[in-house]
Design a binder for this molecule. Structure first.
Ligand SMILES: *Cc1c(COP(=O)(O)O)cnc(C)c1O
Length: 228
């Protein structure tokens, strides 16, 4: 067997264990692995959990609820919501997820704040920022987030941990790296620790730029059998 690297543990012919090990070896200690289990059955989450993976990302509430119920015997799983969050799902998402990566407007942040206070919850949140034009994605304008500055502390009991971004399709690796560096720089300017950036196709550039959470789905679990 070749050394542990994501290349060596190419999806074809490698096991989930080998891929998890390869990523643990390839990622710096400052970058955590969010295993994106959307589109995959609860059994696969169970397998990954048995191999030591704790943090899982889901993007659709109903699908996540079914999985969480099937895995209720594994209480120490750390669930992150990474999908578009509709206002009417805010309470249910708060009850079921410890971290929300996809807070894409102030209106949503205020709603989450009010409901979290009512529910006695203190979830971690990340503000989703759109650093390049992308009609397919929502998110804050970077200038809007910069202007928030010290007001981020006023979102308590929400704990604003950092920023999340998704690179638009079709960028060169250099352009993606520049985008991820913009995200890191804005988080640093605001004194925020986390940058949730990097997916299966661009995690290397995100790690180079200082990602603290890579959100990996297909490169870890294969293509999604359940269409989200
Ligand atoms: C699906 C998804 C991912 C994982 O995508 P892969 O390309 O399969 O790694 C990461 N982040 C978000 C927000 C997603 O919706």
């Amino acid at each position: 067997m070749a050394e542990a690297s994501p290349e060596a543990a190419d999806l074809v012919g490698s096991s989930l264990e080998q891929r998890l090990e390869a990523f643990q070896a390839a990622l710096p200690a400052t970058t955590r692995l969010l295993a994106v289990s959307k589109g995959h059955p609860a059994d696969l989450v169970r397998q990954a959990a048995a191999l030591g993976q704790r943090s899982f990302g889901e993007s659709r509430l109903q699908e996540a609820i079914a999985k969480q119920e099937a895995l209720a015997d594994l209480p120490d799983l750390d669930w992150h919501f990474i999908g578009r969050l509709q206002a009417n799902k805010a309470r249910a998402v708060l009850r079921r997820f410890g971290t929300i990566h996809s807070v894409d407007s102030l209106e949503l942040a205020w709603r989450l704040q009010r409901i979290a206070a009512e529910e006695g919850l203190a979830p971690g949140i990340l503000l989703q920022v759109k650093f390049r034009p992308d009609p397919a994605k929502t998110g804050f304008d970077p200038a809007e987030v910069r202007a928030l500055g010290a007001d981020l502390g006023h979102l308590q009991p929400l704990r604003c941990l950092g920023l999340m971004t998704i690179a638009p399709l079709g960028l060169t690796p250099e352009a993606r790296l520049a985008l991820f560096r913009d995200c890191r720089a804005l988080a640093d300017a605001l004194g925020l620790h986390d940058c949730s950036m990097g997916m299966s196709g661009d995690w290397r550039e995100a790690v180079t730029a200082g990602s603290t959470w890579v959100r990996l789905g297909s490169v870890l679990f294969g293509s999604r059998p359940i269409q989200p």
